[in-house]
Design a protein around this ligand. Structure first.
Ligand code: PMT
Length: 409
């Protein structure tokens, strides 16, 4: 094979299997080579002959076929590719993937592969929303498998809803993006740099069932970690409890309390860059209740003590201080003044100040507006998506590292 990107396309047995012919055409059009595995059920919808004609390669079908194993053994098949794409992915193959069942060539290959896997589900709306399919999908997401779709629309069975396989152009664009990102990572400007990002809220237990927290969703911190990783940085994300699945390729440490976040952060040092985007609870209980607190009287007080400050601790380190320590300031009033005070008090290099008043919808929302503050300058960034803020920060960090080998901005 030549040196273009190669995809192993596993076609499982749903009505959308007929679209695999157009999918191969589209992938070839954008310069991606395709080799196919066809499940027995999928062969009822699409013939190996047409797939061979379009992919210009053998179509593999049978785990126990002597001729298939002779041309390419199933282990070799699973490794001799840059990416495995399952499209369409039926509820059945998704369930098998989630449990690790390997009872045919497609599922054996999926179990044996060490390459990234992307799936494009396609099934009836009720099958998609069934608790068992949703549970299987969350298992796959946690494992780092990427999911494209499914989309809303009319189904072959006449029902309407979520379950249609994403269109061919969307699948092609996702794969194209995947390969572009992979190339940037290999040549990325942060290659060889170690980065730690804190994100999300912390939970501080009051008693066994209640806790103190805030409204952080983790979106901003995750977006920053992803942007830095896309530039080739070896990235660790330390996150409090959130609903966001672990991003593939990032080492994710899950913590609950501020004290755990601090310890986890210190365990990651030395690092080149630390970004503290977490909304750490400022206080915890002086003494946690070991049993559920009973209602007694109208007024009830909690005795709280201050939590350790992770940003200030890392920025104040005499030994192993990262080259660049970046914090956020979440303010509801006097944004610039309060954020500048935090920059001084916590001893970090940069502060990304954001207005978190209710109307700004920054907590939990998809967008944010940053005032970038360093010792020498203040920049006003426009309203941007949290992903775009991650990318802008990555660009800023790259420029800093280029201009100041070890110094400060
Ligand atoms: O998670 P999202 O829903 O996407 O929302 C994003 C965000 C609003 C949480 C994020 O943009 C943000 O502002 N993060 C910092 C929130 C915060 O706690 O800010 P602060 O001003 O209270 O703290 C200042 C800095 O000190 C922050 O970098 C914070 O991570 C750090 N800190 C605070 C307290 C503490 N005990 N340890 C810390 O490290």
């Amino acid at each position: 094979m030549d040196n273009k990107q190669r995809v192993l396309l596993i076609i499982s047995g749903g009505i959308a299997a007929y679209k695999s012919l157009d999918l191969i055409r589209e992938l070839n059009r954008i310069g991606i080579g395709v080799r196919c595995i066809l499940t027995e059920n999928a062969s009822k919808f699409v013939t190996p002959l047409s797939l061979t004609a379009l992919s210009k390669d053998t179509v593999y079908q049978d785990l126990f076929s002597i001729s298939d194993e002779n041309t390419m053994g199933h282990i070799q098949l699973s490794r001799n590719t840059d990416l495995v794409l399952v499209a369409p992915a039926t509820a059945n193959i998704i369930a098998k993937m989630s449990c690790g069942i390997a009872d045919d060539l497609a599922t054996t290959t999926l179990l044996a592969t060490d390459k990234p896997v992307i799936i494009a589900p396609s099934m009836n709306v009720r099958m998609w929303s069934h608790a068992s399919t949703q549970n299987n999908i969350s298992v796959l997401l946690k494992r780092g498998i990427k999911i494209i779709g499914p989309e809303n629309g009319e189904m072959a069975c006449g029902e309407f809803g979520l379950g249609r396989m994403s269109n061919i152009e969307k699948i092609g664009a996702t794969l194209n993006n995947f390969f572009k990102t992979k190339t940037t990572k290999a040549t990325g400007k942060l290659k060889g740099r170690k980065v730690v990002v804190t994100s999300g809220p912390t939970h501080e237990a009051i008693d066994p069932i209640r806790y103190i927290t805030n409204q952080s969703s983790g979106k901003q911190g995750f977006a920053i970690a992803r942007a830095l990783q896309e530039q080739g940085a070896s990235t660790t994300l330390i996150t409090g409890p959130t609903q966001i699945p672990d991003p593939p390729g990032i080492y994710v440490k899950h913590i609950t309390t501020a004290e755990e976040m601090l310890q986890s952060c210190l365990d990651c040092l030395p690092a080149d860059i630390v970004v503290c985007a977490a909304a750490v609870a400022d206080w915890r209980m002086k003494n946690k209740y070991s049993e559920k607190i009973k209602k007694e009287g109208e007024i009830f007080s909690l005795e709280l003590v201050e939590n350790p400050d992770i940003l200030a601790t890392v920025a104040g380190m005499k030994k192993n201080r990262p080259n660049l320590v970046i914090g956020f300031a979440a303010e509801t009033q006097n944004l610039l003044k309060n954020a500048s005070i935090k920059l001084d008090k916590k001893g970090c290099d940069w502060i990304l100040a954001n207005n978190v008043s209710k109307e700004s919808e920054v907590f939990g929302g998809d967008n944010n507006q940053i005032k970038f503050i360093s010792k020498n300058k203040i920049e006003e960034w426009p309203v941007l998506s949290k992903e775009a803020i991650g990318e802008k920060l990555a660009t800023r960090i790259i420029a800093f590292l280029k201009d100041n080998k070890n110094g400060k901005d």
